[in-house]
Design a protein around this ligand. Sequence first.
Ligand SMILES: Nc1nc2c(ncn2[C@@H]2O[C@H](COP(=O)(O)OP(=O)(O)OP(=O)(O)O)[C@@H](O)[C@H]2O)c(=O)[nH]1
Ligand SMILES: [Mg+2]
Length: 406
Amino acid sequence: MENLVIPLVVLIVLIGAALVVFAVRRSRRSVPPQPSAPPTEVTTPDEVTPPAGAPTGVIVEPKPTAEPEAAPEAAPEAKPAPKPAEKPQVEVPEPTAGRLVRLRSRLARSQNALGRGLLAVLSRDRLDEDAWEEIEESLITADVGVESTGQIVAKLRERTRVLGTRSVADVKMLLAEELTEALDPQLDRSLRASPQDGRPAVILVVGVNGAGKTTTCGKIARVLVADGHSVVLGAADTFRAAAADQLATWGSRVGADIVRGPEGGDPAAVAYDAVKQGIDTGVDTVLIDTAGRLQNKIGLMDELGKVKRVVEKHGPVDETLLILDATTGQNGLEQARVFMEVCDVTGVVLTKLDGTAKGGIVIAVQRKLGIPVKLVGLGEGPDDLAPFEPAAFVSALLGTEHPDAV
Ligand SMILES: Nc1nc2c(ncn2[C@@H]2O[C@H](COP(=O)(O)OP(=O)(O)OP(=O)(O)O)[C@@H](O)[C@H]2O)c(=O)[nH]1
Ligand SMILES: [Mg+2]
């Protein structure tokens, strides 16, 4: 009996152990897998990189995709925008040749001042001493100036005596010759407006306020464009913002670019930039408008001197035009001298000869200043600026036929 007990106990223990192992195995199968696998899955690079088609290496993706989407939306808006409508219509200025002859009626008042008075004197039978005095007075009243009048009348008296001239028409003709001669018809009156050595010509426009600088700049730009030049305008009158707007309006009419600065900014810097743009864009002429009014005369002259010096860093100024209001008469001569001291004036433009001005001022200006009058302003219209031609001008003043009509 004892021999049977021991194997029986061993058998029971074995069966018990087998049951325990079986139970443990079953419970293990129902437990979720341990997180030992995930690290290998995450390291797969394919799944870390952005989806196919996205730009590689770019995290902020919307931009590139958004732009192409935005572009087609913007395009239809940009196209019908009123840009072409805003673009001013470029005008075709009148040709300059013969303008003075065409505009001679504008000198009506000047003609009244000189022509009529002289006509009365010259229609007398005899040119006695009183008559000569009246001729002198007529010329002085017409702003020719005392000194110039004295010289002109002396020569005229001498010629009428030598030639034995008696008829009104002949004396008038001789007077016309003397007045023309006083204007030195041989002087070169052309504008130095053409580029040289691949650099645009630079024209500086100076004068007191209200003389007509900005208007004349605009008119000259038209003349140059009509002659086939390309032009950049420099608004170096930074004293008033309206001055640059005024110039911009002129420029837009003929398709000339304008360079401007902030109101109160440095005029010399604007002038410098204008010339730089002219050089960079390869235009023919750069026209610089300046201020005519500052706190005082010394301030204005200092500023103009600086504008000139700064512009000359690019190269010499080709032309400095002094704009004089003809209606200021002999007073204009004093102004002119002040400008001549700082600016090295190369030409005079006499404006407003269509107004109450007396035409004789042209003779006084040219003889006193020794600088050629190159252009005359005969109205506010865009093409009311004429190249100055002495013979045509004198014949308009005296109301005579122009001998060699242009
Ligand atoms: N009748 C007539 N008016 C002119 C002529 N030239 C200019 N004007 C007028 O004169 C006025 C002054 O002209 P602006 O060109 O503004 O003068 P400005 O010298 O630039 O004046 P500031 O900029 O103030 O220094 C304007 O009303 C022009 O239309 C001309 O030849 N004839
Ligand atoms: Mg002006």
